[in-house]
Design a protein around this ligand. Structure first.
Ligand code: NAD
Length: 264
């Protein structure tokens, strides 16, 4: 299928490099004809994002640090001036101090708990509110989450708590904006080797464990996340909102791996 995003404009937030999940999403959207704008966090990332954006025909790059409300508002005023409105938005942003993505969740500090929640959860609510003002004819908004939200994943700690709050935000926002024909969904991706992913202690072990124990016996690619993102951001999913859609090789359905296979 081609042209699913033809005539649609949208913002992709969270590309750090060509391994980023947001980049897999951006490529898939561009392949389906979408016109894209990107945000980047700081000039160092900006230098990496610029050629990537150019490769999908975009020169609309806007700096954004979600800890700074002026910077977030600036993104949407630039979009309003340049395009007038948008049809979709991708939020692929998360952060927690690496020193607390190991050991016990119980040892999380007050400071890092708040910072993690603001960047990884509250930013989605604030951005959805601002994006909705630019979607007078409706739209589709997507964020990225991980299964450590509902099941304990070693070392994921405060990020799991932030993802649980993010997933709950998806449901509340879906109700708040449903009457404006704005849909709000999340993709819960399996582990992917990215900068953020590498911040979690023993990330390689987690990656290998999920590969061995998922029904498909492999991990997912950023292109596969991109394919599902096209579905959720295009008219194909016009009846879907408030959904947490797993793209994880089926790992989330497993309670216990087949022990006979492990012993063999
Ligand atoms: P990534 O490091 O490529 O992307 C994370 C992005 O967050 C970066 O672009 C970074 O600039 C941005 N960011 C962090 N703090 C920010 C701030 N204060 N202001 C603006 N931007 C900020 O890693 P990724 O794995 O592609 O992460 C994207 C999303 O996918 C995250 O929400 C992450 O939790 C989620 N996710 C990742 C995995 C995985 O295994 N990698 C699995 C499921 C979900």
């Amino acid at each position: 299928m081609t042209g699913l995003m033809e005539g649609k404009r949208g913002l992709v937030m969270g590309v750090a490099n060509d391994h980023s999940i947001a980049w897999g999403v951006a490529k898939a959207l561009a392949e389906q004809g979408a016109e894209l704008a990107f945000t980047y966090q700081g000039e160092a990332f900006g230098r990496r994002v610029k050629p990537l954006a150019a490769s999908v025909g975009s020169d609309l790059l806007i700096p954004c640090d979600v800890e700074d409300i002026a910077s977030v508002k600036g993104v949407f005023s630039t979009l309003k001036e340049t395009w007038g409105g948008i049809d979709f938005l991708v939020h692929a942003i998360a952060f927690s101090d690496k020193s607390e993505l190991k050991g016990r969740y119980a040892d999380t500090s007050r400071e890092n708990f708040s910072r993690t929640m603001v960047i990884s959860c509250f930013s989605f609510t604030e951005i959805t509110r601002l994006a909705a003002e630019l979607m007078p004819n409706g739209g589709s908004i997507l964020t990225l989450t991980y299964g450590g939200s509902t099941r304990v994943m070693p070392n994921y700690n405060v990020m799991g708590v932030a993802k649980a709050a993010l997933e709950s935000s998806v449901r509340y926002l879906a109700v708040d904006y449903g009457s404006q024909k704005i849909r709000v969904n999340a993709i819960s991706a399996g582990p992917v080797r990215t900068l953020a992913g590498a911040g979690v202690s023993d990330a390689r072990l987690m990656f290998n464990y999920q590969r061995e124990n998922s029904p498909l016996k492999r991990t997912v690619t950023i292109d596969e996340v991109g394919g599902s993102a096209v579905y959720l951001l295009s008219g194909l999913s016009s009846g879907v909102t408030g959904e947490i859609h797993f793209v994880d090789s089926g790992y989330n359905i497993i309670s216990m791996p087949r022990l006979r296979e492990l012993q063999a």
